[in-house]
Ligand binder design. Structure first.
Ligand code: HAM
Length: 435
């Protein structure tokens, strides 16, 4: 039908040119901060086996039970197709399980430990869309695999903190932190929670009653006011930590104090994913007490590598959510540095001029001078406006007359001057002007 219209799917949005500089800057900051702290880039597939997330993220979590998008072939399977049709795939709802799958599959356990990896990209969760909550959103993610020390917990929090600092948000955010204990103290914690919640079942929101037996830790995460009141009167996880976990958690907090990273000890922070042990944290806007729109979260997950078939290997990581961070930067009107796209902008008017300017552009690029060229048929005024927008210092104009005279007009936009230079001297002259 001619008047049929299409819309982006619910919970997704387009990143338009006006917002693109924020995304570019945020990714660049991630790359610089992560790589200068010794993290290496990894990219994992956007879809993986469903059972990977069931096993890793956890089959009692909302993410796995309610929010995964399945991946199926839209066309009918061919008779001859030999692929195993019993495999089920989903779009990744987070990065951590895919990265650990790759760590094991690609033999990274044999490398010197720890292995430090970072990435960023889209992840997918079928949640009810609202401001700050999307079905396709983007995370930055970094993991330190193979080191169980408090120093690694702090390295991950520090990288997170440095990202927020570089993005202009350090004064507006705070780190909520807690410890969930390890395999030793976890059963004791679970029992204490289970006993307490079981005695108070009739006071919990009905939605949370079913979670008590399945995974009592999930109840601490509840947003239901009735449940929150019960939780707040109950046992605090930090009081139930074993001596080792207590000592390590204290070390983490002392290191954070030393680094001047502001934190808030939150004894009810459990995070929404099953793999966490010991230190867990979330970073939130100072004005968002409920953590409804947390800007990032992470923690230690010492059992996951083993759970996915590897040797016991401690690990810790975090994932800031880029959509929420960028929305917050825009809300706070944080200016990002202008990216210089061009030093020299070349305007060729007419076919003959193009033949002259293309080799010139290539020669300047070879000298690592950012050079843009316009082949559009716009008037000179529009071309000069484009050169200014791209931040060019010099504009080189070659028209029919210049081709005939074997020369070019060079405008210096910073100095407001203009001169005609023979083509043979052009490259040397541009290099000199810019140096
Ligand atoms: P997560 O807390 O599930 O952790 O997600 C991390 C961040 O992603 C959140 O803090 C939030 O900023 C953003 N986010 C989550 N859901 C949405 C949504 N529907 N719309 C927009 N942004 C959202 C993880 O994913 C773990 N893999 C983090 C980690 C890495 N732990 C250890 N290593």
């Amino acid at each position: 039908m001619a008047n049929e219209r299409f819309q982006s799917p619910r919970g997704t949005y387009d990143i338009l040119p006006k917002d693109a500089p924020y995304w570019r800057f945020t990714r660049q900051v991630l790359r610089e901060e992560a790589e200068s702290s010794g993290f290496q880039r990894i990219e994992v597939p956007m879809f993986e086996e469903k059972r990977l997330f069931e096993r890793a993220t956890g089959d009692t979590t909302d993410v796995v039970t309610k929010e995964m998008f399945g991946v199926v072939r839209a066309s009918k399977m061919a008779e001859t197709d030999k692929e195993d049709s019993s495999q089920e795939f989903v779009l990744r709802p987070e990065f951590t399980p895919g990265i650990i799958r790759s760590y094991l599959e690609q033999g990274m356990q044999a490398l010197p430990q720890p292995v430090k990896l970072y990435t960023d990209g889209p992840v997918f969760r079928y949640s009810r869309p609202q401001k700050g909550r999307y079905r396709q959103f983007q995370q930055m993610d970094y993991e330190i695999i193979g080191d169980g020390s408090a120093a690694s917990d702090v390295a991950v929090i520090l990288l997170t903190w440095n990202l927020f600092k570089r993005l202009g948000l350090a004064d507006s955010v705070i780190v909520d932190i807690n410890s969930l204990g390890d395999a030793k103290c976890r059963p004791k914690m679970r029992k204490a929670l289970l006993d307490y919640l079981s005695q108070n079942l009739n006071k919990l929101a009905s939605f949370d009653v079913a979670r008590v037996q399945k995974n009592p830790f999930r109840v601490l995460d509840s947003q239901e006011p009735k449940t929150i009141a019960v939780v707040k009167a109950g046992p605090q996880l930090v009081d139930l930590l074993c001596d080792d976990c207590k000592r390590e958690f204290k070390q983490v907090l002392e290191l954070l104090d030393e680094l001047g990273i502001p934190y808030n000890l939150d004894p009810y922070l459990v995070r929404g994913l099953d793999y966490y042990t010991r230190t867990t944290f979330e970073i939130r806007r100072k004005d968002d007490e409920t953590r409804q729109n947390s800007l990032g979260g992470g923690g230690r997950y010492d059992g996951l590598v083993e759970l996915l078939g590897g040797r016991p290997t401690p690990a810790v990581g975090a994932a800031p959510g880029m959509d929420r961070i960028i929305e917050y930067m825009q809300e706070k009107e944080i200016k990002i540095p202008e990216t210089k796209l061009t030093d020299v902008f070349v305007v060729a008017i007419g076919e003959h001029a193009l033949k002259v300017t293309i080799p010139l552009v290539e020669a300047l690029k070879a000298k690592e001078i950012l050079t843009g060229v316009s082949m559009a048929r716009d008037g000179l005024k529009e071309q000069l406006a484009l050169a200014t927008r791209l931040g060019a210092r010099l504009v080189i104009i070659v028209g029919e007359r210049e081709v005939r005279d074997q020369s070019a007009i060079v405008k210096d936009l910073d100095q407001g001057s203009q001169e005609t230079i023979p083509l043979g001297d052009l490259k040397a002259s541009v290099v000199k002007k810019l140096s």
